[in-house]
Design a protein around this ligand. Structure first.
Ligand code: CAA
Length: 292
């Protein structure tokens, strides 16, 4: 019988969305996070998202129950056992990624492919802490993961063709279009997108209003979201980490992170998820004003 089990490590914004996308595509999913509060939040979010879809008539109650029936949660890495594929989506810090890969490598079946959702760290470096570097590669989702159609595939120096084929087939099954991105910081999308968000933050720091910067790009370039609201949406900490990765990775001053972003992260203003970023949000996530 075909192995239909995938494990997703991390139940934050990205991990929970990836788990949802996999369950919707028919996979049996275990979403693992050692922080119980993250798991509780992930469960509450998916329930509320699906309830809205049922209310809008975009999903039946039966479909909701069926998808949620394929999605389980755990606090133990041991539950990666039996999965043909493990998708890692823990915070974007190399030491956290390496620690996670060591643990998953020790617990997973020998043939299991392990992918990282890193948005720019080195796949080869992450793979180097495992005993299966040929079975490691990058599969970078975009937020919100169940909605965004792209999956960036990133091969490490020793990723095998078999591993690539497994991930490519998985991508097709969850309905994503893939691009082959180079193993350099930012891969493909973030190397282009995040410097734009960073430049937008500089403009706010220099006195432009967030609304003006967002309207300029939304109405002038037809983007669905402006760069400032997008930064709040994905998390200012996540965006800053990616920008810092570009700066450190290319050793090029053109990628210097905007100091305002650093101050905001230090002060706990992380965007929509904390209710406070460039904009202010109510408990339901509706924008209620601006901080600049
Ligand atoms: N999680 C899951 N699903 C979500 C969601 C979320 N957080 N937010 C919205 N959705 C779903 C909704 O349920 C809805 O689905 P249905 O059509 O089945 O009802 C669908 O998305 C559309 O939502 P809405 O009608 O509420 O809103 P919208 O039409 O304005 O679309 C959007 C929302 C898809 C987020 C759109 O604004 C958009 O495409 N924004 C740009 C997003 C973007 O650029 N993402 C890339 C970020 S960069 C990145 O991710 C890189 C990284 O490394 C972090």
């Amino acid at each position: 019988m075909e192995n239909n089990k995938v494990a997703v490590i991390g139940a934050g914004l990205m991990g929970s969305g990836i788990a949802q996308a996999c369950a919707q595509a028919g996979y049996q999913v275990v979403n693992i996070d050692t922080f119980e509060t993250a798991v509780e939040k992930a469960k509450a979010n998916i329930n509320s998202l699906f309830n809205k879809k049922v209310e809008k008539g975009k999903m039946t109650r039966e479909q909701k129950d069926e998808i949620l029936g394929r999605l389980t949660y755990s606090g133990s890495f041991e539950d990666v056992k039996g999965a043909f594929l493990v998708l890692e989506a823990v915070p974007e810090k190399i030491e956290i990624k390496k620690d996670t890969f060591r643990k998953v490598d020790a617990a997973a079946d020998p043939g299991t492919v392990i992918v990282s959702n890193t948005s720019g760290l080195s796949i080869s470096e992450i793979a180097s802490v495992t005993d299966r570097p040929d079975k490691i590669m990058g599969a970078h989702f975009f937020y919100p993961a169940p909605v965004m159609k792209l999956l960036e595939l990133v091969r490490g120096l020793v990723t095998s063709d078999e591993t690539y084929a497994v991930v490519k087939e998985f991508a097709a099954r969850i309905g994503k279009t893939t691009v082959d991105a180079p193993e350099f910081p930012g891969f493909m999308v973030n190397r282009i997108l995040v410097p734009m968000q960073n430049e937008a933050a500089f403009m706010v720091m220099e006195g432009s209003s967030p609304e003006d910067v967002d309207n300029a790009i939304k109405l002038g370039c037809n983007h669905p979201m402006g760069p400032i609201e997008l930064t709040d949406f994905v998390g200012i900490d996540t965006m800053l980490a990616t920008m810092t990765g570009l700066y450190n990775g290319f050793h090029d001053s053109k990628y210097r992170p905007c100091p305002l972003l650093e101050t905001m992260v230090k002060s706990g203003m992380l965007g929509k998820k904390t209710g406070n970023g460039f904009y202010k949000y109510d408990e339901k996530g509706n924008k209620i004003g601006s901080n600049f």
